[in-house]
Write a protein that binds this ligand. Structure first.
Ligand code: PEP
Ligand code: MN
Length: 338
């Protein structure tokens, strides 16, 4: 239920309404928008009639039921786009955030060199896996805590914040101690205990769409994170599984306008995992910008042939610099801030 407050409602009054909502057994989420302040009351649908008692409070303008199954992720509760800001990187509301880096952290030289050079080319955030969710148990699984330390070193050297994946609920504290942004990978999009843990932790999240999750299921996963109090969720479309096998997955570019219609959350594109082939990465980055995406996440490696993971889809640093030059030109046409 959305509790719409009248203009000029005092902070003290907002707090007292939040208290009443909680006394009725709901979680209250205050959303201070430009146009209006609303309180989202989420909880057991069967008790929602109890909330109508709040209509009697003078500062309450009206109560509006949220029709979508996802509540806090929905456009119904917040019409303006959410802008997720992390140390110089912004996603949403006209900001096009660029995340670049290797699939996995391999050595100090590899990650530090990548960080410094992608920053110079225009990236605003570094990526790199320390805990890797691999299809095969025999494939490289990541450097784990050592990888997190190397990412922190790369941040120190380059000034770029970093995003890295967390796979297990038990590792959220450890990964969160180092990372600026926590990534939930495609394979964990419906790992609800992990979603709850990262939502409680409070750092911004990149949430990847699963290879077979519908947009509605994807937004329900975002809802798990938001319902624990985290407000900064960046959605990431990374390709879905279809009958087509010329590419690793099929980039569902239409997810961008669909999500923008339904949710205030930013949505970025990962063309590297979507295609599995570096040649297709730049054209899909252009498509992402042209169709209104809020950013991209691309895999970049100083020497893709030697990469321990996902070399064929990784751009060289030189390729990435060329891509950024083109994106800067394109951004002038559609008003995106890079
Ligand atoms: C990744 O970004 O490192 C990754 C494993 O991607 P996905 O979860 O989309 O497969
Ligand atoms: Mn990868």
């Amino acid at each position: 239920m959305i509790i719409v407050l009248k203009k000029g409602c005092k902070k003290r009054t907002v707090e007292s309404i939040i208290k009443k909502v909680e006394e009725l057994g709901f979680k209250a989420h205050a959303i201070f928008g430009v146009e209006r302040t609303v309180i989202g009351a989420v909880g057991d649908d069967r008790d929602k009639h109890l909330l109508y008692a709040l209509e009697a409070i003078p500062c309450v303008e009206k109560l509006v039921p949220i029709l979508q199954p996802y509540k806090l992720a929905s456009k119904e509760i917040r019409r303006e786009p959410t802008i997720v800001k992390v140390d110089g990187a912004s996603f949403g509301g006209g900001h096009f955030g660029v995340i670049a880096g290797p699939c996995s952290v391999e050595t100090e030289k590899q990650i530090v060199e990548t960080a410094i050079r992608v920053k110079k080319a225009g990236a605003r955030m570094l990526r790199g896996g320390a805990f890797k969710p691999r299809t095969s148990p025999y494939a490289f699984q990541g450097l784990e805590e050592e990888g997190l330390k190397l990412l922190a070193r790369a941040r120190e050297e380059s000034g770029l914040p970093f995003v890295t994946e967390v796979i297990n609920p038990e590792d959220v504290e450890l990964v969160g101690e180092y990372a600026d942004v926590l990534q939930i990978g495609a394979r964990n999009v419906q790992n609800f205990s992990l979603l709850r843990r990262v939502g409680k932790f409070g750092k911004p999240i990149v949430l990847k769409r699963g290879m077979s999750t519908t947009i509605q299921e994807f937004l329900m996963s975002a809802e798990y994170v938001l319902s624990e109090g985290c407000k900064d969720v960046i959605l990431c479309e990374r390709g879905i599984r279809t009958f087509e096998n010329a590419t690793r997955n099929t980039l569902d570019i239409s997810a961008v306008p669909v999500i923008h219609e339904r949710s205030h959350l930013p949505i970025i594109i990962d063309p590297s995992h979507a295609t599995g082939a570096r040649n297709y990465v730049p054209p899909l980055c252009f498509a992402a910008m042209a169709c209104g995406a809020d950013g991209i996440m691309v895999e970049v490696h100083p020497d893709p042939q030697k990469a321990l993971c996902d070399g064929p889809q990784s751009l060289t640093i030189e390729d990435f610099a060329v891509l950024m030059t083109h994106l800067r030109k394109l951004s002038k046409f559609n008003g995106k801030k890079l």
